[in-house]
Design a protein around this ligand. Sequence first.
Ligand code: ZN
Length: 151
Amino acid sequence: MSNLASSTPPASTPTTTLAAAVAVRPGYRLVPALIGRSTEPGTIVYVECPDWCTVDHVASRNVFLEDINHEGERAALQLPSDYSAPAPVEVYLSQWPASKDDKGLTRLAVDVDYEVSTYGRTAALAFADQLVAFAANVRALAETLPEEAKA
Ligand SMILES: [Zn+2]
């Protein structure tokens, strides 16, 4: 006599049936997204979402379907600083499927103190090369500093 045996399976909805029937591009998955104004219950739709996207498209509701954007995990440069307002530097993958400027392509987003620029592959690689060169300069200068006394 199990309580589980008497439970009925969840009814399938038209939405889940649709999700199972739609072919998704490689590297993408169908995920639910909540669309609508915060004063309304909203509508759940299923959107293609790249595998690297970490956005919960239900928790972060959009008013319009065209406002959905995909963002990857953020990598942050934590600058050692005594200043009360250090400039955060973050990079992450970003995609705005409805964007006419980016044509919906995945870009590298670079957030410097909340000013976000996006770059395509060539510019992103050039940016990475600059950071590597900058890091080498930081290391070279740091290595000229006198040894610190051991505590
Ligand atoms: Zn997404």
